[in-house]
Design a protein around this ligand. Sequence first.
Ligand code: NAP
Length: 302
Amino acid sequence: MATSIIAVAGSSGLIGSALVYALRATNRRALRIVRRPPSTADEVFWNPDTGEFDADVLRGVDAVVNLCGVNVGQKRWSGAFKQSLRDSRIDPTEVLAEAVVEAGVPVLVNASAVGYYGDTRDRTADESAPPGEGFLAQLCQDWEAATAPAINDGARVVLARTGLVLSPSGGILSRLRPLFSLGLGARLGNGRQYMSWITLEDEVRALLFAIDNDALSGPVNFTGPAPVTNAEFTAALGRAVNRPTPLMVPGFALRTLLGEFADEGLLGGQRAIPAALERAGFQFRHNTIGEALAFATSTVES
Ligand SMILES: NC(=O)c1ccc[n+]([C@@H]2O[C@H](COP(=O)([O-])OP(=O)(O)OC[C@H]3O[C@@H](n4cnc5c(N)ncnc54)[C@H](OP(=O)(O)O)[C@@H]3O)[C@@H](O)[C@H]2O)c1
């Protein structure tokens, strides 16, 4: 059988670099779609700001995985930063979806986020749950809608609604772990908001599963099977680094410091469940927050 070729945008990021590594480790060809001059035969150029992309480079590609976008937690949410969160996702996704059509690529796996559901409080959200309210929920809806050219043309499009990715080498834990290790871990607000998490290992395994599995299309929650409240997460991370977590950061302090992101990203949350992945037979390696944090705090020092 010919080696399959998977093209990846956003391949230098936390998820993308782990995905490229996993693709190569499983003897597939990873074609990185890069924003700088290509330096190897396994790289092709695009300019997501201007939409410049030669769709011909995708001829013969078996799937495109789109993981691009400015990091949501990188800065305080000013108007300009929120615009850059949208600009770095919506139009670039449309560019890739149109290229998928032009080049006849059969599969597009496109990143999205559980922020789609807004603040679910303690209601569980499977993929049939309606969109929520707020900037992130609207961003996710518009981001997913940008895949329409590929969906309308009959490609199999997976909308990977991802939760917080827990990794030993970056992402949210690289910020939280040093604080928790100093005994400064704290629940946020009343701690009752849900956090949907997935380990980086399971995220990458689920992406490979989605690339291969014809049964999956449309929205798919990329989240572990047991979301936890912020208070549970805080206690579990404290246990993982052997430190107590008696502290609490009041909501008003987070709002003063972080603006709108505090409410949407930290004080609200989603209790998403991976119904579509489980229906398709995906088996998680990390099923509980304890297992996930043991993985994510043990392998590499952050
Ligand atoms: N990590 C999480 O917890 C999480 C949760 C939910 C959803 N997601 C989504 O999943 C995707 C991948 O997440 P990640 O954690 O791997 O993100 P990341 O580490 O921030 O990487 C995102 C990548 O996007 C590309 N990028 C950066 N700025 C860009 C811009 N202005 N225009 C176009 N591309 C740009 C870069 O790759 P290149 O330099 O290679 O182009 C960057 O490495 C993102 O869209 C993210 O929103 C992540």
